[in-house]
Design a protein around this ligand. Structure first.
Ligand code: ADP
Ligand code: ZN
Length: 725
């Protein structure tokens, strides 16, 4: 059965291989064993129920709380030629009725439902008349009170699940601590179940934290080299969203806002525009993101600090679902940190304690000097096996970027001591620079021995330096007044026992050329961007005609491969990522025309040979299945030869292969391909009976070389197929 799953993976979805754990989980589901799957966003959870749904006789139910995602999923499945439907409150009563009818008529393999729809008596009645083979619960963490998004209506699923005791239960989620995982399995009474937990590490995300100094400029710097990319910018407040969206728009960016203060309709419109590539950037509060399935989000920026690591991880998780490199930039400032602290201080008891812990973990991540994946992944209870990822700011920093700042640290910190640790970094900087500001003179700070000893730096540099000292754990901010305090560690530096090294300016946000060079994927780095743009335009046009998102036609990866390999014909197109049978038929020609025209005009040569080999490897694996099945449906060998553009002998050898794998073939259909008289046919078959059908040469000899090999092959096939009737 897993072979069949692989065939579907290539033939329907156009992918060459399963991702880690997909195959194991699918196997388990196909064997009707309950399964819990924990896989990060973009890991490929959907295929784990979509592929079995095409193999099972009965229906696969998918319960999901995200209504907007259902439509998206069904649209995407439609493009792949997989019959799926959804039922939820967003449908008009007429659409609802139509879907129910199609369901009754057995026209769908997959049914998406909101939990509250599933709970309705009419739905339960409807489904009681239909054979359900797989009961899937997406976002399964919602069932647990220990999860971060508990939903009471999910609790009742445990009851409803009993209606489908014959079906296999599959629960999926991207985020679940071990405790939540246990909870899910217990509540759903998953029997004899398998648990599949993938790594939390999203390798294609570049993680970067920058000191926030002039956020608008920093963001404009970042966007400058990303004029065609989609991205999300998260802000703390609605007001901030509106302001930033306005500013970016002024600078010529294609951008829309999203927050709870906008009307439902406007929110929906803006989200839709983003999904359909009509707006490139969404500036949003945390209200945005649930139910976004856009695979080609190339960056996520945090203009303000996120609440905790879980939400940060979830938000950056929306980038790069397509496994292509995506950038995550967080602008970090002390005052943001204080804002969060302020909110925490309003809380009480256990709630406050939990919030404090969350904040500590986040700060630890933000101020970490080593590879950022270490604290991030550890947070989710997994240990990071490497010491360097090569895909975070700290790993990408050149060793030579660090400088020795021991002298400046001593100046700054002794100035703090002299002014009795009562002031913030701006004031300390003023003293060091010998400023004659009112506040300095009033406090007599112009009399201090440290007055004017730091003129080598600008005020701004000293303020940045204060951040470095905080990062290094030498200085702390008094949460009430914002004044700076020395920590225990500071003493060693003041005494000259310890040196201070670091990087002063961490405000750079522009694209890292280094990262590009480090990405190992050849296609991703070397595809032809001009062709890519042309293909993108075509994709957008096709998507708009059908009112679906462009990624439902083809993901970026497909267009990148096309713009790298330049496939010239259908045969090589099949080898391209994401091109399955349905999409090949629907769009193949249109994209091929653009590619052919481009290669002609630019005199580039196709790399088809590479891809043809790739295609061959996967195509031949599945082609004989296709041929076998078509043949059994009643198509003649000649007809198939024409359809596949090959000689009849190729069809025959494919059928033989199909047969050799233990499949059945319809023997009388085979004999129709023979040009021999019935009498002669019987003579040959009798010889095969006598000598055995396997070796053709002795049969050829025995028949006095009168019957040619082609005929013998046809009869051999008929003979073996007949035995297996
Ligand atoms: P999740 O639900 O875990 O967030 P999805 O199921 O949406 O992730 O998959 C993310 C993307 O990866 C989709 O575009 C999907 O088609 C693609 N994908 C899934 N499995 C594979 C695979 N084996 N090979 C290539 N692409 C895959
Ligand atoms: Zn790293």
């Amino acid at each position: 059965m897993i072979q069949q799953a692989k065939t579907i993976l290539k033939q329907t979805f156009g992918y060459d291989e399963f991702r880690p754990l997909q195959q194991d989980a699918i196997k388990n589901v196909l064997n009707k064993r309950d399964s819990l799957v924990i896989m990060p966003t973009g890991g490929g959870k959907s295929l784990i129920y979509q592929i079995p749904s095409m193999i099972f006789d009965g229906l696969t139910i998918v319960v999901s709380p995200l209504i907007s995602l259902m439509k998206d999923q069904v649209e995407q499945l439609d493009q792949f030629g997989v019959p799926a439907l959804f039922l939820n409150s967003s449908l008009t009563s007429e659409q609802y009725r139509m879907n129910v009818n199609r369901l009754r008529a057995g026209e769908a393999k997959l049914l998406y439902l909101a939990p509250e729809t599933l709970m309705l008596d009419k739905t339960r009645d409807l489904l009681s008349t239909i054979k359900v083979d797989c009961f899937t619960i997406d976002e399964a963490h919602c069932i647990s009170e220990w999860g971060h998004d508990f939903r009471p209506e999910y609790r009742q699923l445990a009851e409803v699940r009993k209606d489908y005791s014959e079906s296999v239960c599959l629960a999926l989620t991207a985020t679940a601590t071990p405790r939540v995982q246990d909870d899910i399995q217990n509540i759903l009474e998953m029997k004899d179940s398998g648990r599949f937990v993938a790594s939390f590490d999203r390798q294609n995300l570049v993680l970067k934290v920058a000191d926030k100094e002039n956020p608008l400029d920093q963001i404009l710097d970042f966007l400058y080299t990303r004029s065609n990319q989609s991205g999300i910018i998260y802000c703390f407040s609605r007001r901030q969203v509106d302001e930033l969206a306005f500013d970016l728009k002024n600078d010529g960016h294609s951008v829309l806002p999203y927050h709870a203060g906008l009307s439902d309709e406007k929110r929906m419109r803006n989200q839709e525009a983003f999904i359909r590539d009509d707006a490139r950037i969404i500036v949003a509060t945390i209200a945005f993101g649930m139910g976004i399935n856009k695979p080609d989000v190339r960056f996520v920026i945090h203009h303000d600090m996120p609440q905790n690591i879980e939400s940060y991880y979830q938000q950056i998780g929306r980038a790069g679902r397509d496994s292509i490199r995506a950038d995550c930039l967080l602008l970090y400032s002390y005052s943001d940190r204080q804002k969060i602290q302020y909110f925490i201080n309003q809380k009480e008891g256990a709630e406050k304690e939990v919030a404090e812990k969350h904040l500590d973990a986040l700060i630890n991540y933000l101020e970490f000097d080593g590879c950022r994946r270490i604290p991030l992944i550890r947070y989710f209870g997994e240990s990071y096996k490497k010491t360097q990822c090569g895909m975070c700011d700290n790993c990408l920093r050149e060793k030579g970027d660090e400088e020795d700042y021991t002298i400046q640290a001593q100046k700054f910190m002794s100035c703090m001591v002299r002014s009795e640790q009562l002031y913030g970094s701006y004031h300390i900087a003023d003293i060091l620079r010998g400023s004659s500001a009112k506040k300095i003179l009033e406090n007599g700070h112009d009399k201090l021995t440290t007055y004017g000893i730091g003129k080598e730096w600008t005020k701004n540099q000293w303020v940045q330096f204060a951040r470095l000292l905080i990062r290094k754990g030498l200085v702390e901010k008094n949460p009430q007044h914002g004044s700076l305090l020395l920590t225990e560690n500071a003493k060693r530096v003041l005494k000259g026992d310890e040196r201070v090294t670091g990087i002063l300016d961490r405000t750079q946000t522009a694209a890292d050329i280094v990262v590009r060079a480090k990405t190992t994927d050849v296609v991703e780095n070397r595809y032809n961007e001009n062709l890519f743009e042309k293909l993108r335009e075509k994709r957008k046009e096709l998507a708009d005609e059908q009112g679906i998102p462009p990624y439902a036609i083809f993901p970026d990866t497909t267009l990148m491969e096309m713009s790298y390999y330049y496939p010239q014909d259908e045969h090589s197109l099949i080898g391209i990522y994401g091109v399955g049978d349905t999409k090949l038929k629907k769009y193949g020609d249109m994209f091929l025309n653009i590619i052919r025209k481009f290669t002609r005009e630019n005199e580039v040569t196709s790399r088809s040979r590479v891809i043809r080999q790739k295609a061959k490897k996967t195509a031949s694996k599945k082609k004989h299945h296709l041929i076998g099945k078509e043949f059994n449906k009643g198509k003649s060998i000649d007809h198939l030869a024409e359809q596949f553009g090959v000689k009849t002998v190729t069809i025959i050898s494919n059928l033989k292969k199909y047969l050799d794998e233990g499949n059945k073939l319809y023997p009388t259909g085979i004999l129709k391909a023979s040009g021999l008289s019935e009498r002669k046919q019987d003579e040959v078959l009798a010889t095969m009976k006598k000598l055995g059908p396997e070796l053709l040469k002795p049969i050829y000899e025995d028949l006095n070389k009168e019957v040619d090999y082609n005929e013998l092959r046809i009869l051999q096939l008929a003979y073996i197929a007949g035995r297996r009737k």
